[in-house]
Design a protein around this ligand. Structure first.
Ligand code: MLT
Length: 398
């Protein structure tokens, strides 16, 4: 008799963003006359950069010619993209070797897949509120999870507590959902904690491109010692509008070594290579050529224009909330604005109110954890017109 994974019974019925989408679809079907403005899931709306399109078109043409056609590629990604990333990291002061970088179809998949490297006996430390993928993927493995609270007192940036024992630590900075970003001294404390406890930090840097202050690290590897205790997961989804195109990368330093239960030391880089070559056949050549173009001077210029566009949306949202005297976090080094629900409303109550009364979609803070109750996340990834209209509707209707 086949037994299925009982840990799935410990998950919530549906993934947060599917639950939101379901509610929105039901509302849209019942009110076809309403123009719904979607500021919920962090999905981009601007098209890919012209440099990316040109590179992918060229790659498509190559695939149609016998001499340049490519079949299976290296599971860990093509060297041309590794080299582009080595240069990119160097631009903010991080030296990497190309075999420390693994290309994938996005940070979400890697976030889930990386759990393969760790024993199920590990204790997992996750912030609350949190991107639900960290939590759900570890619930699926049946691991012990402990939470560290993000709250207004710590500006939604929980710091290590020596009384808490953890083996794997998830950090996301700039943070999803709160938009808060760790400073260098704060990250240094996390690295010290991880080194002291032989823990591993899984550092989600998906929003690094939104950082515009040199005091805020764009990679955990700017911190001394981080290569001995951290893995970094990153994505082109937000940096270059690849949410539908799918490409990400994970950095597993060669210096990162931990022991098995039996006491054998293993290099996590070699383990991840073994995992990826066994379970993954690589990201499409055409997509990797598009990704390479993101890091060309022309691609960088075009992507920075996109980021500036979204940051201006964030500013518009922030201004609107200030006018209404609503407290919020984020929106500066991040496309997310984490606002307090007005009039003491709970997160899902405010979600229903916004959708039914103003036809605006956001993400209820409670969906990111108990510390998110009473908060609500808006994204700056909408069109300019919709962002302005949403804030006008809120100004009148809240
Ligand atoms: C979000 O809205 O939190 C993100 O878009 C989800 C993701 O990156 O998977």
């Amino acid at each position: 008799m086949a037994l299925v994974n009982e840990n799935y019974t410990h998950l919530k019925d549906s993934y947060l963003f599917s639950q939101v989408a379901q509610k929105v679809n039901t509302f849209a079907a019942a009110h076809p006359e309403k123009k719904i403005i979607r500021l919920g899931i962090g999905d981009v709306t601007l098209p890919l950069a012209p440099a990316v399109i040109t590179a992918m078109q060229k790659a498509v043409a190559e695939m149609g010619v016998k001499e340049t056609f490519r079949g299976y590629g290296p599971e860990q990604g093509y060297n041309f993209l590794h080299e582009a990333l080595v240069k990119y990291y160097a631009s903010f002061g991080v030296t990497l070797q190309s075999n420390e970088i693994f290309i994938s179809d996005g940070a979400k998949s890697d976030c889930g897949n990386i759990t393969d490297l760790f024993d199920n006996a590990n204790t997992i430390l996750v912030p609350d509120p949190v991107y639900p993928v960290y939590l759900d993927t570890n619930i699926m493995c049946g691991r012990k999870i402990v939470f560290m609270d993000g709250n207004p007192e710590n500006n939604f940036l929980p710091m290590p507590d020596d009384k808490v024992k953890a083996d794997i630590i998830y950090l996301c900075s700039p943070n999803n959902p709160t938009g808060a970003a760790y400073t260098k001294p704060q990250l240094q404390k996390w690295v010290e904690y991880a080194l002291k406890n032989d823990a591993v930090i899984l550092y989600d840097a998906a929003y690094e491109a939104f950082v515009s202050d040199s005091d805020i690290p764009r990679s955990i590897f700017v911190i001394e010692g981080a290569k001995k205790c951290a893995i970094e997961l990153c994505s082109l989804s937000k940096t270059a509008g690849f949410t539908g195109t799918r490409c990400g990368y994970t950095v597993v330093p060669l210096d990162l070594v931990r022991k098995t239960k039996g006491g054998k030391s293993l290099q996590l880089n070699k383990m991840w290579l073994r995992r990826q070559t066994t379970k993954f056949n690589g990201t499409a050549y055409i997509i990797q050529r598009g990704a390479e173009a993101v890091f060309s001077p022309e691609g960088q210029k075009q992507c920075h224009e996109m980021l500036a566009f979204y940051k201006e949306n964030a500013r518009i949202i922030a201004e609107g909330l200030k006018k209404k005297n609503i407290k919020f976090y984020g929106g500066t080094h991040s496309p997310y604005i984490w606002m307090q629900c007005p009039k003491g409303m709970k997160s899902w109550e405010f979600f229903d109110f916004l959708l039914s009364k103003l036809a605006i979609v956001g993400t209820p803070g409670a969906g990111f954890g108990k510390m998110g109750e009473g908060y609500f996340r808006l994204t700056a990834f909408g069109s300019r017109e919709n962002t302005i209209e949403a804030m006008e509707r809120m100004e009148k209707g809240l």
